[in-house]
Design a protein around this ligand. Structure first.
Ligand SMILES: NC(=O)c1ccc[n+]([C@@H]2O[C@H](COP(=O)([O-])OP(=O)(O)OC[C@H]3O[C@@H](n4cnc5c(N)ncnc54)[C@H](O)[C@@H]3O)[C@@H](O)[C@H]2O)c1
Length: 329
């Protein structure tokens, strides 16, 4: 059933926010995409536009934390494993707070999904693996600008810990059965179809509550934000330039980011201009949050990639898009 396609890519977490955007770009470049998702967070609606691609896109419903299950899903769908050249692994628990209260969520959806997809690659002879890692692997480094060699790596959330453990098993796989293991450390990514994140939460709060906008923490937390269109472009650029070994990159804007207060002000301006803000207080939005985060993307700049938008423009554009998605623009 590979219908003559030989340039296949298996995308896990395909129905999520980043999965839907990356898949759109892969399909437009003529790639054959087999997407898999258990729809714990992503939706079929996020992929409704794939119909126009016909046989070039196959959607499988299932859990990827068990490689036997994944193998059966492909067998049942009649997908020839030789049609798949690579795996892009985006499935994970993206709700950091949920993993703080129940660490097993991150164990299963973040670490075991990575383990089982690597097992699947080994068994199927797939030698290229890309992983959606996170700035959360670094932990709290205060005012230091964090680059790919910053150490020690002591994550402050279980989410970050399971991302770091995933990186470690990909590293080991590069020593044996993978030709290339891409570890992309994403910053905060914004845009639509949003499934979670600060802009999504703030727009939802404004929509459902007529009072002042409640913002977690003191509003001073500062991080960098990248629009999903830039993120997808960076991933595909790195994959085209670097082709072997362990390939580790911070991906992000070339600026020091925005504070949560600035984000709230932008969202209010877009959605409900007269609204006031009230802060819950404290220097962290939630357990495991990091108050200030300075991310170096010098390595990415050095191979010739720069984003179209900075943090402010990304957030502004995403606020308009998310407001449109949640029908309150
Ligand atoms: N969005 C961000 O700001 C950001 C930042 C850093 C890293 N990341 C990483 O990028 C990846 C994609 O993030 P996103 O924002 O699109 O999140 P998302 O929650 O929208 O997408 C993840 C998808 O994975 C699916 N999934 C989860 N567990 C699964 C399982 N066991 N089997 C099959 N499918 C499963 C979910 O249903 C969802 O559709 C994740 O790995 C996330 O940790 C995202």
């Amino acid at each position: 059933l590979n219908r003559g396609f030989s340039n296949g890519v298996l995308v896990s977490g395909v129905a999520g926010f980043i999965g839907a955007n990356l898949t759109r770009e892969l399909l437009s470049q003529g790639r054959y995409v087999v997407g898999v998702d258990n729809f714990s967070r992503g939706t079929k609606e996020n992929l409704s536009w794939t119909e126009s691609y016909g046989d070039q896109f196959v959607l499988l419903t299932g859990d990827v934390s068990d490689s036997e299950n994944l193998g059966s899903l492909l067998d049942i769908a009649g997908i020839a494993q030789k049609s798949l050249l690579e795996v892009i692994h985006l499935a994970a628990n993206s709700d950091i707070a949920a993993g703080v209260s129940d660490p097993r969520i991150d164990l299963k959806d973040t670490l075991l999904t990575t383990f089982s997809l690597l097992e699947f690659c080994k068994r199927s002879g797939i030698r290229r693996f890309s992983f959606a890692s996170s700035s959360a692997v670094y932990g709290d480094h205060g005012e230091t600008r964090i680059n790919e060699t910053t150490a020690p790596l002591f994550p402050t959330s279980n989410y970050g810990a399971m991302k770091l453990a995933s990186e470690a098993i990909i590293s080991a796989a590069c020593e044996s059965f993978l030709d290339v293991g891409y570890i992309f450390r994403f910053p905060n990514v914004v845009g639509t179809p949003a499934t979670h994140g600060v802009i999504f939460d703030l727009v939802n709060k404004l929509k459902s509550n007529p009072g002042p906008l409640e913002v977690l923490g003191d509003g001073a937390q500062q991080k960098s934000y990248l629009h999903v269109s830039d993120l997808v472009d960076a991933i595909l650029y790195i994959k085209s330039v670097e082709t072997a070994g362990r390939v580790v990159f911070n991906i992000g804007p070339v600026d020091e980011g925005l504070t949560v207060r600035e984000i709230a002000e932008i969202v209010i301006q877009v959605v409900s201009p007269s609204r006031e803000i009230c802060f819950t207080g404290g220097d962290r939005g939630w357990l495991g949050d990091i108050p200030r985060f300075f991310y170096s993307v010098d390595k990415l700049s050095s191979i010739g990639w720069v984003p179209v938008m900075g943090s402010r423009e990304s957030v502004r554009r995403a606020a308009v898009e998310v407001a449109g998605q949640l029908c309150c623009a």
